[in-house]
Design a protein around this ligand. Structure first.
Ligand code: IMP
Length: 426
């Protein structure tokens, strides 16, 4: 993706999240100087394998595993202190040095334990299937202008007073929601007092750093979390997350202007998955869904929930190409389809008897659509050893070509396994 004219690249999920962005970020980080996470929080998860051990990064960009890469948690992220500590400790335990390579925006908002209590409590009535990580309530506080930001930790006395008021407010809300549990003020005060000395040395104006780095000709990767169909504006509302996951959110959440972005890579699975509630038009029949889940190991990295599985949905990806301005696509997990004799691909929808080529904004309409499927022949041979398009069986090549035609954006990468080297650059 990077070339002499392309210095700033956004990587976004183009379906419902879990498309394998982490792997693409990992591959692209090799060429990048800086990786910036721009939205979401500890609801995302990227499983990382170092030697024999495996751990999950929820907030720190996986670019941290490339020793020359600088990583930033941007202003658009909501930072969960406990998860942040766990990740820092896990990296230190594996001798991954982060000193001088990890920065946190002073403008990022903090996820507090009371946000998690409110998230879990509102799930009881809303039933969105959230990750329970306090993401929605933290963004609510941000937009309600009562959030606590990382930079506020510089003034602990004021932050303590803010917390006293916020915890009391959260407890009033919990009472109104009919929940018995209450947030503990001493626990919150203790948390920020432990957080301040660890996070403040990493805290700065990350947007300014990115801006200056771009001026100096460095390469910057802006890493999105979740996927376009979980975007609070463009997703299957209300079954969405609470941030702008799409590329427009990248500039805002990284603290740079939109004209700085040179390219947008959309990551799509060769099929479709979704975790949490809400419509999934191309959801497979139970037997095929189970097979996809087993072969693709489709269980959430954050919550361990089984993912719902279905076939590639071209209406979703076309929509994603449009709302993200995708300049390229990366198709992941092609190898998961290796054993299928036939592979359905959703080409369009039928809504109340009429053809419908675009995503309806209304979730009730999306629940009613019937996908139109085209059945493509499977290849029934392993693809995990392919390193060039020419190495793929003819049917797999035809499958990839068809996805590209239907999506309307060029495929730049095809991933055929979880290892770093299992990727085809087109
Ligand atoms: P929240 O982001 O925890 O508020 O959850 C809102 C919706 O987004 C739920 O359907 C979650 O399952 C979904 N979601 C949040 N983060 C991810 C992710 O990283 N991958 C896939 N789905 C996610």
């Amino acid at each position: 993706m990077f070339d002499p004219k392309t210095h700033c690249v956004v990587v976004v999920g183009a379906q419902w999240g879990d498309e394998g962005k982490g792997k693409l970020v990992d591959v692209l980080a090799e060429q990048a100087d800086i990786v910036v996470r721009y939205q979401g929080g500890a609801n995302a998860g990227h499983t990382v394998v170092i030697g024999d051990s495996q751990f999950v990064l929820h907030q720190i960009p996986s670019g941290i595993l490339h020793s020359r890469c600088i990583c930033m948690v941007g202003n658009g992220v909501v930072l969960d202190p406990e998860t942040f500590f766990t990740e820092l400790d896990a990296l230190a335990a594996r001798d991954v040095a982060t000193a001088g390579r990890l920065f946190v925006s002073e403008r990022a908002h903090l996820v507090m334990p009371y946000h998690k209590l409110l998230d879990v409590a509102s799930e009881k009535s809303q039933q969105l299937g959230t990750t329970g990580r306090g993401i929605g309530p933290t963004y609510e506080d941000k937009y309600g202008r009562r959030g606590i930001r990382v930079g506020d930790l510089r003034h602990l006395e004021t932050a303590r007073a803010q917390l006293t008021e916020r915890v009391a407010r959260a407890n009033r809300l919990l009472g109104l929601m009919g929940v018995a549990e209450r947030a503990s003020l001493p626990q919150h005060i203790d948390l920020i007092e432990r957080l301040a000395p660890r996070v403040l040395p990493l805290t700065c104006d990350t947007g300014l750093l990115v801006y200056r780095s771009l001026k100096e000709g460095r390469r910057v990767l802006l890493e999105g979390a979740q996927g376009a169909l979980l975007d609070v504006d463009h997703g299957t509302y209300p079954f969405v997350t609470s941030s702008n996951t799409t590329a427009g959110g990248a500039a805002v959440g990284a603290g740079i202007g939109p004209t700085a972005v040179d390219g947008v890579l959309g990551v799509v699975k060769a099929y479709t998955t979704r975790v949490g509630n809400g419509p999934l038009p191309t959801e497979a029949e139970p037997v095929a869904a189970e097979e996809l889940r087993r072969l693709g190991d489709e269980f959430g990295a954050t919550t361990g929930r089984p993912r719902r599985c279905g076939w590639f949905d071209a209406t979703v990806v076309r929509f994603s190409v449009r709302v993200n301005g995708l300049t390229g696509l990366a198709v992941t997990k092609l190898d998961v389809l290796d054993s299928f004799a036939e592979i359905p691909v959703g080409t369009a929808y039928v809504l109340d008897g009429d053809a419908c080529g675009e995503m309806p904004a209304d979730v009730r309409a999306l629940e009613r659509v019937k996908p139109r499927f085209e059945i493509l022949p499977g290849w029934r041979r392993p693809t995990s050893g392919a390193r060039r398009l020419a190495d793929l069986p003819a049917e797999a090549r035809a499958y990839v070509d068809r996805l590209q035609d239907l999506a309307g954006a060029p495929i730049r990468y095809v991933s055929v396994g979880s290892r770093r080297d299992q990727i085809i650059q087109v």
